[in-house]
Design a protein around this ligand. Sequence first.
Ligand SMILES: C[S@@+](CC[C@H](N)C(=O)[O-])C[C@H]1O[C@@H](n2cnc3c(N)ncnc32)[C@H](O)[C@@H]1O
Length: 203
Amino acid sequence: MAAAGGYALDAGAREGWFADVAELEAELRRFGPAGEVLELAAGTGIWTRRLAEHADRVTAVDASPEVLARNREKVGPGAVDHVVADVFEWEPPRAFDVCFFSFWLSHVPEARLAGFWDLVGRALGPGGRVFLIDNARTGDPRHTVGRSGEVMRRRLSDGREFEIVKRFWAPAELEAEAAAFGWRLRAGETANGNFLFASGDRG
Ligand SMILES: C[S@@+](CC[C@H](N)C(=O)[O-])C[C@H]1O[C@@H](n2cnc3c(N)ncnc32)[C@H](O)[C@@H]1O
């Protein structure tokens, strides 16, 4: 068994997982995250390094200095500015061409969604675009969604369990929810059903 995304996977699931990651990479290439790119909740840099291949400059924001230190190691010196900040407190210093966030929107509690989409709007200049990636709703029994529909019990491979905010959308639901905040997104799922991706702009 191999691990992907923190879970042990059998060989078939693993193959599907990595095929879906390749599909996400192709979607991102097709989207073309060029110019000044803002990455929110950038994490350890899995996607930052992909963004840096297309962008003139990436600004990678994350609340954790430790995580951003790993991100810096992964992407190397050069085209990425690392900013330690809480995205709910941070103000964009200038207008960006693209705002990217992966495996982040699903962790934003419903009560903070309007404020978050507002931030994305303030961060983008005219014609600015969004690209997001997240987990698809798979019906995986480990994704136990609580009564609120946004709390999930997650078991790590070392056996520890946590309750986290995690929301899962079908593509049409994500498009409808974003539209309610003024965004025109086109969403899709990867072929093996692991991931959700969406891109668009202010409608
Ligand atoms: C699930 S990870 C996703 C990381 C990365 N985008 C990826 O795809 O690998 C969520 C990230 O959000 C960061 N984070 C959590 N709360 C945050 C906040 N309020 N502001 C900024 N970053 C935050 C964490 O430090 C973590 O790196």
